[in-house]
Ligand binder design. Structure first.
Ligand code: SAH
Ligand code: SF4
Length: 357
């Protein structure tokens, strides 16, 4: 049975789910000035304050009005797992009991990259991906995407954000675009568009729409150089084959020095041959590209294997010799299977870790 309080709670608006323009409109609806939005954004995102009573530059009357109509969700991870290299994996339980994960990856100096999720599960069904094997449960709201960042910055600054966790961001385009707007808001986190990267499996029409609607760095999970292989690894390829995907990449709006990142998981005897490297060079012709080579992260329940070290080196060398920027991505957080795309794999273990902490 729902109590009257919970019904009332449900009607209140979560301010973390609003873009600046939506917050301005919400405030206008209760007769408040536009500049109040900036004050509230600074409290929430710059100072991490989620309690209206602590917002000392708002009048008592406005605070009471806000309390009756709105709330500010505030996440604490249910479990945090720390890898030997400093990578931290956060597990969050959502209001409806579902879970998502985010991973904080330390970079040189005090810097950190945060990998966040856009959906619970994923509908795309890539055969190498653990998230894909769960199917899609539901989309995350903009507030749920942003809250992963809010929770992680409590552990220290986040310099870069990558939408490479669970889910296909372009399959949840509206909420992802609104989440980006919230992350970019100058009075909020004020993330620069150069610091945020969205990774897609290659939903061609949504790539075009993304380019029209908002600026963000684009990463494409390529993972194969022929349609025959990509059809098997990534079923999305049957709908949007390589030729259409590469055309969408060529058309994607880029700033003068910006490039598209192509992620290429190297899987032993599947896509790691020199013939693949040669085809990759051809595919990327005319695209402002850089390539991230990621040796396959082996996991239980998957027969795919990482290539031998010499094979990886030969593949990379072939690209470098043709003047393609090819970076070998270090698999960080391997001991806690925190590699992006491997999230949610060890949920039960995570829960037990959480109860120990
Ligand atoms: N759905 C989007 C973004 C999330 S997937 C996309 O596919 O781009 C994040 C990345 O993890 C993808 O590039 C995917 O290819 C990679 N990935 C998935 N399983 C992996 C594994 N076992 N080893 C290495 N990378 C993996
Ligand atoms: Fe979904 Fe990306 Fe995994 Fe494919 S690789 S199943 S698109 S999360």
């Amino acid at each position: 049975m729902d109590s009257p309080e919970t019904a009332a709670t449900r009607e209140r608006v979560d301010l973390k789910n609003l873009t600046e323009e939506e917050l301005v409109a919400f405030l206008a609806g209760i007769g408040k000035e536009r500049f109040r939005a900036g004050q509230i954004l600074r409290w929430i995102y710059q100072r991490g304050v989620c309690d209206f009573d602590a917002m000392s530059d708002l009048s008592k009357e406005l605070r009471e009005e806000l309390k009756s109509r709105a709330f500010i969700s505030d996440w604490t991870p249910e479990a945090v797992e720390q890898s030997s290299d400093g990578t931290r994996k956060y597990l969050f339980r959502l209001a409806d009991g579902e879970t998502v994960e985010a991973v904080r990856i330390p970079m040189e100096g005090e810097r950190a990259t945060l990998c966040i999720s856009s959906q619970v599960g994923c509908a795309m069904g890539c055969t190498f991906c653990l998230t894909g094997s769960f199917g899609l449960v539901r989309n995350l709201s903009a507030g749920e995407i942003v809250n992963q960042v809010c929770a992680a910055v409590k552990d220290g600054p986040v310099n870069n954000i990558v939408l490479m966790g669970m889910g296909e961001p372009l399959h949840n385009l509206d909420n992802v675009v609104r989440a980006l707007q919230i992350l970019y808001a100058p009075q909020g986190f004020a993330f620069s568009v150069r610091k945020v990267t969205l990774s897609t499996s290659g939903l061609v029409p949504q790539m075009e729409e993304l380019g029209r609607r908002i600026r963000v760095n684009l990463a494409v999970s390529l993972n194969a150089t022929t349609d025959a292989v990509r059809d098997v690894l990534m079923p999305v390829n049957r709908r949007w084959p390589l030729e259409k995907l590469m055309a969408a990449c060529r058309d994607f709006p880029l700033q003068p020095r910006q490039r598209i990142t192509f992620e290429y998981i190297l899987i032993r005897d599947v896509n790691d041959s020199l013939a693949d490297a040669k085809r990759l060079v051809k595919l990327l012709h005319g695209v402002k590209a850089k390539v991230n080579l990621i040796p396959y992260n082996e996991h239980e329940g998957s027969d795919f294997r990482a290539p031998a070290e010499e094979t990886i080196e030969a593949f990379q060398t072939h690209l470098l010799d043709r003047n393609i920027v090819a970076i070998r991505r270090a698999g960080k957080g391997q001991d806690i299977s925190a590699a992006c795309g491997q999230l949610k794999g060890r949920l039960e273990e995570l829960r037990s870790v959480g109860s120990e902490e």
